[in-house]
Design a binder for this molecule. Structure first.
Ligand code: IMP
Ligand code: MG
Length: 179
């Protein structure tokens, strides 16, 4: 284990099991429909690619990149688009794939922007949920694992752009981000 990680919160086996469970739910929900699968970069990239491989309905890949946290571990409140979608999502079934919902601020802003483009449907699938920190009352339509209020990294999630490559989700040692 990486020496900057205090403990493993979710092992890669547990992640894999949850991704399969979510795929099964999505396969039932979207059977026979074509869906624009929106990857919210960068944190969702591992989840997105593992999940996409298990989907049995037709999907169009698209990517969106926003920044919310900068290099700190607390939300800045405002979300900036770094890269927009390339697809026109009007009248399309759109499924947003997110790594984590924390305060709800980031995904709420993205959801409002995409809703303005008049998709036929717009749903949210997230791997991790930290409901104890929610500021905006927002729930994912498809939700993976509820976690406690701890700063986690790995499986796409970063601290200052690091640790994304870890195959598990771990709690970062506090000394790394405090002071
Ligand atoms: P929110 O706007 O507070 O819901 O934060 C959502 C975004 O903040 C996520 O997409 C992540 O990029 C980041 N984030 C929130 N909590 C964590 C965490 O524990 N570790 C790493 N990134 C996080
Ligand atoms: Mg981040």
């Amino acid at each position: 284990m990486n020496d900057q990680i205090e403990r493993i919160l979710i092992s890669s086996e547990e992640i894999d099991k949850k991704v399969h469970e979510l795929a099964e739910v999505l396969n039932a929900q979207y059977k026979g429909r074509e869906v624009v699968l929106v990857c919210v970069l960068k944190g969702s990239v591992m989840f997105y690619s593992d999940l996409a491989k298990l989907l049995e309905f037709p999907v169009i890949f698209d990517f969106m990149c926003v920044t919310s946290y900068g290099n700190s571990s607390t939300s800045s409140g405002s979300v900036k688009i770094v890269k927009d979608l390339t697809c026109d999502i009007k009248d399309k079934d759109v499924l947003m794939i997110e790594d984590i919902i924390d305060t709800g601020n980031t995904i709420n802003q993205i959801k409002n922007m995409l809703a303005d483009r008049k998709p036929n449907s717009l749903k949210l699938c997230c791997l991790l949920d930290k409901p104890s920190r929610r500021i905006i009352p927002l729930e994912a339509d498809f939700k993976g694992i509820v976690i406690p209020d701890e700063f986690v990294v790995g499986y796409g999630l970063d601290y200052a752009e690091r640790f994304r490559q870890l195959p598990y989700i771990g709690v970062l040692k506090r000394c790394i981000y405090e002071n």
